[in-house]
Structures are given as C-alpha cells and as structure tokens.
Write a protein that binds this ligand. Structure first.
Ligand code: HEM
Length: 224
C-alpha cells in the first residue's frame, strides 16, 4: 500500500504538477525561466563549484536516461566485465566530482555575504535536496555494486511501466531502503523543478543547435 503511494501515486502526481506549473509559469511569468546569476557577486568559487557539478551530474543523468531508453544496448555493454568495471569507476568518479562541486556551491552561498543575501528559501531547499540525492546515488552505487547492471532489472521495468500507464512495482518493492529512497528522490526533484531555479533546465537555448551561425562584422572604421 505504502509502496503503491510512493512508486505509483507520487511519481504521477509529481510529474503532473511539474508539467502544469511549468506551463503556467512559462505563460504568465516567462522571464522568471532562469537561474538568476550571482556571478558578478562572486565568481571564483562559483567556477570551481559549478563546472564539476554540471559536468558530473549531466553525464550521470545521461547515463540514467540512456539505460532507460536503450536497455538492450546498455545490457550488451555491461555484459562484459571490463566494461562494467570501467562504467562503475567512471560513475563513482563523476558522482564524487558532482558532490564536491555541489558542496562548494553550497559553501559559497553560506560563506559569501553577498551570495547569501540573494539566496532564497527555495534555493536552500533545492541545494540540500540535490546534495541528498547525489549523496544517496553515490551511497547506492558504492554499497550495492554493479548498479549499472541491476538498474536494468529494477528501475527500468518500473519506469517503463509508469510511462506506459500500466504501473507495476514488482521490480522495486523488495529493494533496500536506501535504493528506494534514491528512486523516490528522483521524483522529488522533478516536483521541485518548476518551483525553483531548476526551471532553467527548461530554458536551455536549444535553438542554438540549429540556428544559423552569426557573422559579426565591424561597422565602423578601425582606429588603428
Ligand atoms: C527515478 C529516478 C532515478 C533512479 C531510478 C535512479 C537510479 C540509480 C541507480 C540504480 C544508481 C546506481 C548506479 C550504479 O551503481 O552505477 C544511481 C546512481 C546515481 N544516481 Fe540515480 N536514479 C534516479 C534519479 C537520480 C537523480 C534525479 C539524480 C541527481 C540529481 C541522481 C544521481 C545519481 C548519482 C550521483 C549516482 C551515482 C553515480 C554512479 O555511480 O553511477 N539519480 N541512480
């Protein structure tokens, strides 16, 4: 019963709220679709936090999504022991890199008075939830080895069943507490998306990928 609420009810509610509120916000407050920059207040720690955090987490999440979308190919890849070892080591290193970056970003907002002043309650909540989720991911990957393989037989069938609107939690209900905590945490982050600066994910300038490149031409005579 409790598992049904956590692994069926909550994911659907979280995604529905995230979609409705994101559309509402885009419609009525489009200029708020951003992660308001504080770079001009402090830029050095920002750089050393932001770069490892973003590279680490983006690659890890791409891994989560690729395994979900192409379970067959992912299974073939992890069937080889050497490749599985490499995947685990790369995953753990990226998780460590992302965690260090995130801790620096948190530290910066705590220690720098100017960055602290522009940090909202929702920013704090988001930063702590992300830290918890990434920490849990690391914990799960470290203590329940070969997650890049068992992910295919636990998370993937459950997530696909949700996507097909034929929810089935048989593959996740017997998992250890910390693994379940991490899985549900993924949907907590989806829920937070439209209420926090995470909304900038939806505002990434994707059109840069296909728009015509710009040619910059001097429009005045050069002085020297
Ligand atoms: C429903 C959503 C999610 C599921 C089912 C899931 C599942 C998993 C699993 C099974 C692992 C272990 C992989 C391994 O041992 O290599 C893992 C690792 C990890 N996850 Fe998630 N996750 C979800 C969402 C997220 C989100 C939203 C984040 C971050 C914002 C995240 C961050 C991490 C990190 C940092 C690791 C450790 C990286 C690694 O060693 O591969 N996960 N996740």
């Amino acid at each position: 019963m409790f598992d049904n609420a956590l692994f069926i009810g909550f994911p659907y509610v979280a995604v529905a709220i995230a979609i409705v509120v994101s559309i509402y916000r885009f419609w009525f407050d489009p200029y708020s679709y951003s992660s308001q920059s504080s770079q001009f207040l402090e830029s050095r720690v920002l750089f050393f936090g932001s770069v490892p955090w973003h590279y680490g987490i983006i690659i890890i999440l791409l891994g989560h999504i690729t395994a979900l979308l192409f379970p067959g190919l992912w299974g073939l890849f992890t069937a080889n022991q050497t490749r599985l070892y490499i995947l685990e080591i790369v995953g753990l290193s990226l998780a460590l890199m992302a965690t260090v970056g995130l801790v620096l970003l948190l530290y910066r907002r705590m220690a720098n008075a100017r960055a602290h002043a522009v940090t909202s309650e929702m920013d704090w909540i988001l930063l702590f939830v992300l830290l918890l989720q990434v920490g849990l991911g690391f914990w799960v990957a470290y203590y329940y080895r070969w997650g890049s393989d068992w992910y295919l037989h636990t998370a993937v069938p459950w997530l696909l069943s949700l996507l097909k609107f034929q929810p089935n939690i048989a593959s996740v209900s017997a998992l250890p507490f910390w693994v379940k905590f991490h899985f549900v945490g993924g949907f907590v982050i989806i829920l937070l998306l439209p209420f926090t600066r995470l909304v900038h994910l939806l505002a990434y300038p994707f059109s840069y990928l296909w728009r015509e490149h710009q040619i910059v031409i001097w429009n005045r005579s050069r002085m020297n």
